[in-house]
Design a protein around this ligand. Structure first.
Ligand code: AOF
Ligand code: ZN
Length: 370
């Protein structure tokens, strides 16, 4: 690696750190960061703050103020855009500002861009280097990378269990199995993901709020899969539906009066085709995608988790494993349903990482999608 390569990676890391400042606020747009360097000095930085606002490059030019950026290098974590969207193309802005060199992290898979941004800049005679910290840049926007191509939300299934694979004791006690640091991290996910999804049984059992509490952040849209509309009007989710967007998905067989009552309480009802008597989860996620929801944090329970694996909607799995043994044949495990009969049918994870968090171990991996 040359000194130049080393330096490019350093500045790209800085741009990535900028991008992360937008976490949770940019969806369904990507997190993007930009750094402008001239004569070996950082003269401006910017990031995409929130969906609908200026792109990272525009923010960086704004930060540069009246400094002359002619001949400078701009580091951008995502290929500059080439299309007229909510804002004019950043590629044009880079050309107009007479930038000397452009260093890019990830290519933009958005069909409106997909290489055209870089092409436009190169055609203007500006040097472009791609693939600097590409892996990190792609990973940062794993939600966007899927959503912008198939328009279906990226689904993360998250659960916490004991070392012997239980999510509660045989009497149903579950607070708390994972440590405080793990629980705080889950609230970071609630901030980052646009929606959180649970089944009706979880609402009946735990009466959860599903909001973002342990850190400062934004509440996800709450989605309850409730085929027969079993959740009570007294559920906290229903009572707070006017304050936090709440969607309940049911089948066409659900009671019409209950639909109206829930709607009157501020709940959005989605009537989704049924499959084996329950809401067809694939159809539901497609509908949520059409509603511009780019990401879903699936938090359980066991029946919904099983249906979600079976329907193939899950992209990523994150398990928090607490160093305790619970035991008990009746104690619940994360994924219920009938399960598979043959090990060759198991849902295999790839790209596994394992790390310590507080007293727990967190294992993350991706479901291989055919
Ligand atoms: C962003 N922020 O910093 C960059 C993006 O609807 P628009 O006009 O905001 O355009 C969104 C698209 O622009 C997005 O899908 C991505 O392809 C591209 N780049 N988007 O929100 C940014 N650089
Ligand atoms: Zn742009």
């Amino acid at each position: 690696m040359t000194d130049r390569d080393q330096e490019d990676r350093q500045y790209m890391q800085m741009a990535l750190d900028m991008a992360k400042l937008g976490r949770g606020y940019t969806n369904p747009n990507p997190m993007v960061g930009a750094v402008i360097v001239k004569e070996g000095k950082v003269i401006a930085k910017g990031y995409h703050h929130c969906c609908g606002q200026g792109h990272a490059e525009v923010e960086a030019f704004k930060d540069a103020g009246d400094q002359d950026v002619t001949g400078a290098t701009i580091y951008v974590t995502l290929e500059p855009c080439s299309h007229y969207g909510k804002t004019p193309p950043c590629a044009d802005k880079i050309i107009e500002k007479k930038i000397g060199r452009v260093v890019v992290g990830a290519l933009d898979p958005n069909p409106l861009v997909a290489g055209r941004g870089i092409e436009k800049i190169r055609n203007a005679g500006i040097e472009v280097k791609t693939g600097v910290l590409a892996e990190e840049s792609i990973k940062l926007n794993e939600i966007f990378m899927k959503y912008i191509v198939n328009k279906e939300p990226f689904v993360l299934y998250k659960s916490a269990m004991s070392l012997d694979g239980k999510i509660a004791t045989s009497t149903g006690e579950s607070q708390w199995i994972s440590c405080e640091a793990s629980r705080r991290e889950v609230h970071e996910l609630r901030h980052q993901y646009m929606a959180i999804m649970v089944g009706s049984q979880t609402v009946l059992d735990d009466d959860p709020m599903l909001n973002c509490r342990l850190i400062e952040g934004k509440d996800p849209i709450r989605v309850v899969v409730d085929s027969a509309l079993r959740i009570p009007m007294t559920a906290r989710l229903v009572k707070t539906a006017r304050d936090i967007r709440t969607i309940v998905a049911c089948t066409p067989r659900a009671d019409e009066k209950k639909i109206r009552d829930l709607q009157n309480a501020g709940v959005e009802i989605l009537i989704i085709e049924e499959k084996d008597g329950h809401v067809d989860l694939k159809k539901l996620t497609e509908e949520l995608g059409r509603m511009q929801i780019d990401s879903i944090l699936l938090e359980g329970g066991a029946t919904l988790a099983a249906a979600a694996f079976e329907s193939g909607i899950i992209d990523k799995v994150q398990m928090y494993i607490a160093p305790m043994i619970i035991g008990g044949n009746a104690a619940r495990t994360p994924v219920g349903g009938n399960g598979i009969e043959h090990l060759t049918d198991a849902w295999q994870l790839t790209g596994i990482t394992a790390r310590n968090i507080g007293n727990d171990i967190c294992i993350t991996g991706y479901i291989r999608q055919e």
